[in-house]
Design a protein around this ligand. Structure first.
Ligand code: 13P
Ligand code: ZN
Length: 274
């Protein structure tokens, strides 16, 4: 089977297209990866190259030994995924120790995303906290999230409460709240480390003045998480601007947030509720 016939590859390309259409991927901004299951790998392994050079990981990822990932290329435009798949993304294989990676398919003319180590570190965390359920890691440059990060302090309590309270169903999508990191160098080991630590407790991590990273079980969940956070940030910004720059006054109360959670059988992060 050709790589392009895999359902996961179709889902990967669809997310790239949808997210570009939403304005989240200027130039090469953002990146996407997917941890393939064994069935998918077996189905297309005849197309794999076994001659790529092994590149050592700065932070070995032993729990990912032997895993294969779809991942966008460094410097590549997500909008081109559908037009030129093998140039825009590819498959990276991790060696049997989880100490190095090589290209198995695609990624022609470029290596994987400069955030590869952040993606892998996040998968390692996801394996520990979600028992392998998280197959997608996605980073987007969403304008409202970035704009809000120039107004709010890099503090998860402030962010989560602001977003929960402007749109009733935000808490249904991210009941555990969202993590927020201060500004850090893109692609750096420090960013990878700080992100995977926050991803232990949260599925969403805001990168101040940069964008957002999520871990999710499916492409739909990844897109939905980013979409909901981005939309809530936009509503908060609009409401605040319409109110002369002051915080809006008529918001969902803590009591109402608890009622929503009770109705939908959700356990919210109590640390973030009053
Ligand atoms: P890459 O093109 O290397 O994926 O970098 C884009 C980006 O958004 C880095 O944070
Ligand atoms: Zn980025």
């Amino acid at each position: 089977m050709s790589v392009l016939d895999l359902e996961c590859v179709k889902g990967f390309i669809r997310l790239c297209e949808d997210a570009f259409a939403h304005g989240w991927h200027e130039a090469n901004g953002g990146n996407l990866s997917y941890r393939m299951d064994e069935e998918d790998v077996d189905a297309c392994s005849a197309c794999f190259s076994r001659e790529g050079t092994w590149i050592s990981l700065e932070h070995p990822a032993p729990s990912l030994a032997g895993a294969h990932f779809l991942i966008t290329g460094s410097g590549k435009y997500l909008r081109n995924a559908v037009l030129d798949p093998a140039q825009t993304f590819g498959i990276v294989e991790v060696d049997n120790l989880g100490a190095a990676w090589r290209v198995a398919w695609g990624l022609e003319g470029a290596g994987p995303s400069s955030e590869l180590e952040t993606h892998l570190a996040t998968y390692e965390t996801a394996l520990q906290v979600s028992d392998g359920a998280n197959r997608v890691v996605y980073h987007a440059h969403c304008p409202n999230i970035i704009a809000l990060s120039t107004l709010l302090p890099a503090d998860m309590n402030t962010w989560t409460r602001a977003l929960w309270k402007v749109m009733t169903e935000s808490i249904i999508v991210f009941p555990q709240g969202i993590g927020v990191l201060p500004w850090m160098i893109p692609g750096s080991p420090e960013l990878a480390q700080a992100t995977c630590e926050l991803m232990r407790a949260y599925k969403v991590c805001v990168w101040t003045q940069h964008g957002v990273m999520v871990r999710a079980a499916s492409f739909d969940e990844a897109f939905g998480l980013v979409h909901t956070v981005e939309k809530s940030c936009g509503i908060y910004l609009q409401a605040r601007a319409a109110n002369g720059g002051e915080d809006p006054q008529f918001l969902v109360s803590d009591e109402q947030l608890r009622l929503v959670c009770a109705r939908y059988g959700l356990t919210p992060n109590e640390d973030l509720l009053c």
